[in-house]
Design a binder for this molecule. Structure first.
Ligand code: NAD
Length: 337
């Protein structure tokens, strides 16, 4: 492992052409695939480095990518240190705060590695973290990266796995104007809308507020769709009314939880709530909103109620944790009035 690190250190001259991607899960694998393939089209001397805590995940990604791009210069490394030594651009897409702390701050993490590098290499480094995590943890990590000489943005995403695959994500970016300008062309390979929300942590603040709205809306749409059917309405008729009236929202018009309600679309409810945005991740995001609301003294009674409902749904039906969060409809359907 150390000898690999030494080899990569010798290769520091090629850091400028190299991109490291850390965290190749449902979102990260699709984002990395778009980024790398579009980068090959732009510059054929690009190098790519991947790392995932599960080595088989990184190995599988490389096999799939090489099927498409036989000559791709892509390698897997053993830790974030090697990913940092190899590349001037490092993108992370991890589950949440503890994983980001580990990848950035552990002894073989990104920031201690930046500190050990020549100042010019550190200052030529840009870190982009697309994880949805606690705002304060995001701010602290960005401050450490800047103190080590690198640029950093928080760039959480909206658009889900479908948007990641299609390269149509929205990036909500927090960081300095300079880091935003450096990050934008890279993010443009993975998304369509890149919004500068303000200084470090602002992208996360915007993401958490958006998901607060989404989490609450998905429950209220489930309630209305259930009530309407019990009052004798056809779900497609009811969805048509809501989607053309003042109740219209994404949770009803795209992610409606009732099979048959959107005859010309294919929301997760049409495939047993498989795919989509996992209820477990929504619980995490509602928790991020309720936690940060306590610190900021801002009341979020609906977020607190919604968080309890998702937690109770998963307690009662553990399989809902990995299913799309619109499956909260099934939990309500099973509740006694
Ligand atoms: P995921 O669990 O599918 O993927 C996370 C990946 O990170 C896994 O491959 C895991 O092995 C890897 N990992 C975990 N700890 C690591 C570590 N210490 N070092 C290296 N790799 C590590 O999650 P996902 O669905 O891809 O979501 C990633 C982030 O994106 C989350 O913050 C989530 O809230 C956010 N997000 C997800 C969606 C969605 O629809 N899935 C939509 C918007 C935002």
């Amino acid at each position: 492992m150390r000898s690999t690190a030494r080899l990569l250190r010798h290769a520091s001259r090629s850091r400028a052409n190299s991109i490291s991607f850390v965290g190749l899960g449902r979102m990260g694998s699709e984002m990395a695939s778009n980024l790398f393939s579009k980068r090959i089209a732009d510059e054929n001397n690009s190098r790519f480095v991947v790392f995932d805590a599960v080595p088989e995940v990184a190995a599988r990604f490389i096999i799939e990518f090489r099927k498409q791009f036989h000559s791709a210069n892509i390698t897997a490394v053993d830790n974030p240190e090697e990913a940092t030594l190899a590349s001037g651009t490092i993108i992370t897409m991890l589950p949440s705060s503890p994983h980001v702390r580990q990848v950035y701050l552990d002894s073989s993490g990104i920031i201690p590695t930046l500190r050990s590098m020549p100042p010019l290499d550190a200052s030529n480094t840009l870190c982009i973290d697309s994880t949805t995590l606690d705002v304060q943890v995001g701010r602290d990590v960005a401050a450490e990266a800047q103190a080590a000489g690198a640029g950093m943005v928080d760039a959480p995403v909206s658009g889900g796995v479908t948007g990641a695959k299609a390269g149509t994500l929205s990036f909500l970016v927090g960081g300095s104007e300079q880091s935003f300008t450096r990050a934008s062309p890279i993010l443009a390979h993975m998304g369509q809308r890149i919004i500068h929300c303000g200084p470090a942590g602002s992208g996360l603040a915007a993401k958490i507020c958006n998901n607060l709205v989404l989490g609450v809306e998905q429950i209220v749409v489930a309630e209305a769709m259930l009530l309407g059917q019990r009052l004798g309405l056809d779900p497609a008729v009811l969805a048509g009314v809501i989607n053309n009236s003042t109740g219209a929202c994404w949770s009803s018009s795209v992610n409606n939880p009732v099979p048959g309600a959107l005859p010309d679309k294919s929301p997760p409810c049409e495939r047993g709530f498989e795919g989509g945005f996992a209820t477990g991740l929504m619980i995490k995001d509602m928790g991020l909103a309720t936690d940060v609301s306590k610190e900021s003294g801002s009341p979020v009674p609906l977020a607190e109620a919604a968080e309890k409902i998702y937690i109770e749904a998963v307690r009662r039906y553990p399989e809902l944790s990995r299913k799309d969060f619109s499956a909260v409809y099934e939990y309500l359907e099973g509740m006694k009035r």
